[in-house]
Every structure is written in structure tokens, then in C-alpha cells.
Design a protein around this ligand. Structure first.
Ligand SMILES: Nc1ncnc2c1ncn2[C@@H]1O[C@H](COP(=O)(O)OP(=O)(O)OP(=O)(O)O)[C@@H](O)[C@H]1O
Ligand code: NI
Length: 333
């Protein structure tokens, strides 16, 4: 089955399955996951630790290493030139042309994002030269401009700074400058503000929002923090146990969550604008994704679980425009 992107849509992922073949068993990290991203929107992916957020978003550009494997899925992406490609079918070199260029990442682990032996400018220049035929001088000038875009003071000086000479907040700005150095159509930011103090977190979020507007990018933001979601997302996907549990626009999701997991998640955060570190306050433990059997992953913790929930995967039910829930409670069987 082929899938046409809507006119203002840049990405559509369908039926993505990722497994890790470990000695302990097969880890069902991502199961039947999907995602739509439209031009210039901010999409949040939320869910507690181990729910598959990082693996899913890395799989979008095939960044999965052994023992992991993308078993199946279709991922359509509209390139800058307007052509629609299927990312899982591109050759490695075609894909390298997209990654870091049209789709770019700010990864979760801040310490590994910058090489201590290279200056801020060298990181940016390398990324530019990897994808574009510009001179080294031009790339350096762009690097200074980018540092200015991410609001680093004295960019002409800071461009020559090594990571250890920069504060955590400034380092994250350099990481972001590097990620946007080729003006990506989609920026994927995986917990971009963890390990930063609260005021710096707010600044980095403001920055991401401004850059999205200035560059006309779309932003896919992975976060545990529902306050961040409420503040900057247009639409939200909630993941649980490697599956999408619910998706809706941000107002619908906060005003009228329907999946029992989403409801509990929001109940644990009476005021979503308050900072939440980890979504761990729901009774029960995070599901073990090894050798998963059919059934809803949330059933063991769900106050409404029925017999069928434990044996059959939940159906995807449309409750309203763009509002989908994966739950037997809403099945009209
Ligand atoms: N290299 C690997 N080998 C085996 N299992 C892995 C590997 N990488 C990830 N997993 C498993 O895949 C599942 C999904 O992990 P993932 O990192 O995507 O979760 P996450 O939602 O991003 O969590 P967090 O919020 O903590 O970053 C987890 O069960 C994890 O243990
Ligand atoms: Ni993660």
C-alpha cells in the first residue's frame, strides 16, 4: 500500500517495528509505531523511560545499530526539492545526504554530542562541508552567523572555544547550531534540556521555538516534561511499551485524554506547567519489552483492564479529527 503525503506534510511513518536481539531475548523496542509531521509544526513524543521514544526516532533515518534491527515499516519524507522518498529504501549514501542535512538530530546524551578535541566552529564547519559545496571560509562565516542565531555572545570569539571552555547551556547552543547548520526541514531534539538548570532549560526552549519560526523547520521534541509539551507542542504522541497509546492536538490531549495511561499521566501532574522530571508516579513497573506477547502493554497497570486487553493488541480507534486512541475500551465490537 502506498501512502501519499498531504500537501503540507513532510514525514509519515507507518507500522514501524524495531527489535533488539539480545542474549536475554528479543526486545520489542518499537511496535507498529506511526508518526505524521507537517510543515512548521512542533510535535511532542512523550512517555516514561524505556517506552521506545529514542529508538523510534532514530529508526526514522535508520540509525539503529546491531543487535537492533528495523523489522518493518514505511517512512515517507518530502525532500527540499519536493520529491517524496521512502527512507527505509534509500541507499546508505542517499540516506547520509538526508541525515544531518534535511533531518537533523540533537541527541539525548549531552556529553557525547561534542568532541572535546574540536572547537565550536570546527564542529559546525565539518557538518556544513559534509553536505554542501561551499569554501572553508564561507563555512566559517556561516558558523559565526549560526552562533549568533543561537544567541551565543561574542560569536567571533566563541567560535574558537573548546567544549570545556563553555557552560552547559552554551554547549547545548553549539550542539543546536551544529544541528541546524544545513537548515534542516526537520529537527529532532531528544530531551534537549535535561541536565540543564531550570532557567537555562527555558532559554533553550525559547531558542528552539524561535529557530523553528525563523528557519521554517518542523520540530520533533522528545520529552518527559509535560510542562514543555503544554508550552510548545502543537500535537502530541504518547508512547507506552514501544507502542503509540494516544495521539491528539495538544489541547485535546490535555483537556480530554482518553487512554487510561494518558489520563493517569496527566493526573500525576495536577499542574502541567510545573516541572516534572520523570513520569514514574503511576503504580506498577515499566513493562519488560523482552519476548512480548500480544496484548495491550499497559494492561498490567491499567485500572480498567479487561480479559481481551491481556491477549490481543488494542485497536486504533478514531475519536475525533486527528485524535486516535489504542484501547479496547473504545472498541465498538
Ligand atoms: N542497544 C540496545 N540493546 C538492547 N535493548 C535496547 C538497546 N537500545 C534500546 N533498547 C531497549 O529498547 C527499549 C526502548 O528504549 P528507548 O531508549 O527508545 O526508550 P526511551 O523512551 O527513549 O527512554 P528514555 O526516556 O529513558 O530515553 C528499552 O526497553 C531499551 O532497553
Ligand atoms: Ni530516550
Amino acid at each position: 500500500m502506498s501512502l501519499e503525503l498531504k500537501e503540507n506534510q513532510i514525514l509519515a511513518a507507518r507500522d514501524v517495528n524495531v527489535r533488539f536481539y539480545t542474549y536475554a531475548g528479543v526486545v520489542h523496542a518499537v511496535s507498529d509505531a506511526y508518526l505524521d509531521i507537517f510543515e512548521r509544526e512542533t510535535v511532542a513524543l512523550v512517555g516514561e523511560t524505556g517506552s521506545g521514544k529514542t529508538v523510534f526516532t532514530r529508526a526514522l533515518t535508520r540509525l539503529i545499530e546491531p543487535p537492533g534491527r528495523i523489522e518493518s515499516g514505511r517512512i515517507y519524507f518530502r525532500r527540499r526539492n519536493g520529491s517524496v522518498v521512502e527512507l527505509l529504501k534509500l541507499t546508505e549514501s542517499e540516506l547520509r545526504d538526508v541525515r544531518g542535512n534535511e533531518i537533523s538530530y540533537v541527541f539525548q546524551d549531552p556529553s557525547s554530542a561534542l568532541d572535546p578535541l574540536y572547537t565550536a566552529g570546527e564542529h559546525i564547519v565539518e557538518t556544513i562541508l559534509e553536505h554542501r559545496a561551499v569554501s572553508k571560509d564561507e563555512a566559517w562565516n556561516e558558523a559565526i552567523q549560526l552562533l549568533q542565531d543561537v544567541m551565543i555572545p561574542n560569536p567571533e570569539v566563541r567560535v574558537k572555544s573548546y567544549p570545556h571552555e563553555l557552560s552547559g547551556g552554551l554547549r547545548q547552543r553549539v550542539v543546536i547550531a551544529t544541528a541546524i547548520s544545513n537548515k534542516p526541514r526537520l529537527l529532532i531534539a531528544d530531551e534537549p534540556t535535561t541536565n540543564l538548570d531550570v532557567t537555562v532549560q527555558a532559554q533553550i526552549l525559547d531558542l528552539l521555538r524561535e529557530l523553528r519560526n525563523k528557519y521554517g523547520m518542523s520540530l520533533l521534541l522528545i520529552t518527559h516534561n509535560l510542562g514543555i509539551v503544554a508550552e510548545i507542542a502543537d500535537r502530541v504522541y504518547v508512547m507506552y511499551g514501544g507502542r503509540i497509546a494516544e495521539t491528539a492536538d495538544v489541547y485535546t490531549l490535555f483537556e480530554s485524554p482518553q487512554h487510561p495511561y494518558t489520563q493517569l499521566l496527566l493526573k500525576c501532574v495536577p499542574n502541567p506547567l510545573k516541572k516534572v522530571e520523570k513520569l514514574e508516579s503511576i503504580p506498577g513497573t515499566v513493562p519488560n519489552l523482552i519476548d512480548v506477547k500480544p496484548g495491550c502493554p499497559f494492561a498490567p497497570r491499567c485500572p480498567f483492564a479487561m480479559e481481551i486487553c491481556r491477549t490481543q493488541n488494542p485497536p486504533k480507534v478514531e475519536l475525533g479529527k486527528g485524535h486516535f486512541v489504542h484501547c479496547w475500551l473504545y472498541s465498538k465490537r
